[in-house]
Design a protein around this ligand. Structure first.
Ligand SMILES: O=C(O)[C@@H](CO)OP(=O)(O)O
Ligand SMILES: [Mn+2]
Ligand SMILES: [Mn+2]
Length: 505
């Protein structure tokens, strides 16, 4: 182990690059340390979106694929791409499991329930996948399709839910089947913090029709005082005044999100809540639920990356992040392998209660920084991997001033970590996983509105060399796939055979 040169890999979540201008919270923030690092010769811009990381061309990056590729050292075809391929080749129409479930409904007169985020954000879902499922339901003459539409306002600009509900309405008209049965904000339906009271309200609306009653889907939007994310669980009633969509014995429930992390809490809750009703559960893509829910499209292998190489070489690592990003520096970075590898230690920094990120954009960055410092001071830990969540998480509020402050807190933490790296003789690599806070406005001209979503911008990647060493400027175009080979090379180790990225420094 003595030959290993110790370091720190620091992911600044949502740290994208754009020229200074209106809506660029990162450029506006007072960040002397990050500015200095970005001006060093070892700083580059790395592609973090679209096909460079395994997404469809032009698709914004996200934390899952960002951390998967940072760990894998190669682009990994993301679930959204695999779903699209399956649709484009007609493979969903001829899918055996789906076909059997829908044929059963045509015979029994049951309903198909489609549950998913109703937007075109392409981070958790895309409404065009719902469109294809409606067409397939029509082909199979499914008697009734109930859509449980989860409003977004996070992957897409807030205030656009009416437009997306109308799009879904258009798809049902086109397919000649389907109606929106519930409308629920993603804050309730897609909680991943373990706040089961939120999930419960979403689940009750879907399974029993318990919730705020409305006559038309768009009436739900008036309940979203804090934006589309927090539209109350609303239940659409039919001409008889009864809820359209409770789940009945023998129905089929199909989750349409392709990304698992935010839908799995709801999926597990519905699976156990409906256990006695003989309901068939399916998911469009593969989920990490506790319940065994068959997936229509299976995920790509993301193994053979950094974690496997570290294990092979006997290198211990400590992984540190706030709860929001904990899976990202563990599970996703490790190629979606559950549980810590033998030489891995995990530190999860949890907030107390439900934090208000606008009011407290510092989140728990002090505790995260302390934990990184403690791990960095250990001689038996060659690699510390951490995520600073603020820029992304606060960026998602869409609030510019708070995001500027999040960037400033991040800058002070990075300055402290530079001192720690220097004191402990470590190199440090900083990289964004996708853009976010460098673009806080979306739409053209006068129509531009606050935007808290991700971007297709490249991300900065910087090496702070270990004391006494220098870094040569990298050449060529960099991508997130270059980070794992770079980290291994800085440690003094070669890349894993499956890696296609190259060492930047
Ligand atoms: O919060 C999330 O689920 C997504 C945005 O929908 O962000 P990230 O990819 O950074 O986790
Ligand atoms: Mn992220
Ligand atoms: Mn994000």
């Amino acid at each position: 182990m003595s030959a290993v040169r110790p370091g720190i890999l620091l992911v600044l979540d949502g740290w994208g690059h754009a020229e200074p201008g209106e809506g660029n919270a990162l450029a506006a923030a007072d960040t002397p340390c990050l500015d200095r690092l970005r001006a060093t010769p070892a700083a580059v811009l790395a592609e973090a979106s679209g096909s460079a990381v395994g997404l469809l061309p032009g698709t914004v990056g996200n934390s899952e694929i960002g951390h998967i590729v940072i760990g894998a050292g190669r682009p990994v075809p993301y679930d959204s791409v695999l779903v699209e391929e399956r649709i484009d080749t007609g493979g969903l129409r001829s899918h055996e499991i789906l076909g059997a479930a829908l044929t059963g409904l045509a015979a029994t007169g049951g309903s198909l329930h489609l549950i998913g985020l109703a937007s075109d954000g392409m981070i958790h879902s895309h409404v065009r996948h719902l469109r294809e499922l409606l067409r397939i339901a029509a082909l199979f003459a499914v008697p009734a399709v109930r859509i449980h539409a989860i409003t977004d306002g996070r992957d897409v600009a807030d205030g656009t839910a009416a437009h997306h509900l109308a799009t879904v309405g258009g798809y049902t008209a086109e397919a000649g089947v389907g109606s929106i049965a519930t409308v629920i904000g993603r804050g309730y339906a897609l909680d991943k913090s373990g706040d089961l009271a939120l999930t419960e309200r979403a689940a009750r609306a879907i399974e029993d029709g318990t919730g705020h009653r409305i006559g038309k889907p768009e009436e739900a939007l008036a309940t979203g005082g804090s934006g589309d994310e927090w539209v109350e669980p609303c239940v659409v009633t039919g001409a008889d005044g009864q809820p359209l969509g409770p789940v009945r014995d023998g129905d089929v429930v199909l989750f349409t999100n392709f990304r698992s992390d935010r839908v799995q809490q709801l999926a597990d809750r519905l699976h156990s809540g409906l256990a006695g009703r003989g309901v068939t559960f399916l998911s469009l893509a593969q989920y990490d639920t506790e319940a065994p829910i068959p997936a229509l499209v299976h995920r790509a292998d993301a193994g053979g990356g950094l974690a496997d190489r570290l294990a092979e070489c006997g290198v211990r690592s400590v992984r540190i992040a706030e709860a929001e990003k904990f899976e990202h520096v563990t599970y996703y970075l490790n190629g979606r392998k559950a549980g810590p590898a033998p030489l891995e230690e995990h530190v999860r920094i949890a907030a107390a209660g439900r934090p208000d990120h606008r009011a407290a954009p510092e989140m728990n960055i002090g505790r995260v920084t302390e934990a990184i410092g403690a791990a960095a001071r250990r001689d038996d830990v060659p690699l510390v991997v951490a995520n600073l969540a603020n820029i992304d998480v606060v960026g998602h509020t869409g609030e510019y001033a708070a995001t500027v402050r999040a960037a400033e807190h991040t800058d002070r933490a990075v300055a402290a970590l530079c001192r720690i790296a220097s004191e402990t003789g470590r190199w440090m690599v900083l990289v964004g996983d996708h853009g976010n806070a460098e673009k806080m406005l979306a739409g053209a001209g006068g129509a531009s509105r606050p935007y808290g979503g991700h971007t297709t911008n490249p991300v900065p990647a910087v090496l702070v060399p270990a004391p006494g060493r220098e870094a040569a400027p990298p050449t060529g175009t960099a991508t997130l796939a270059d980070i794992a080979p770079s980290v291994l090379s800085l440690l003094g180790l070669g890349p894993a055979p499956a890696m296609t990225g190259r060492a930047l420094w």
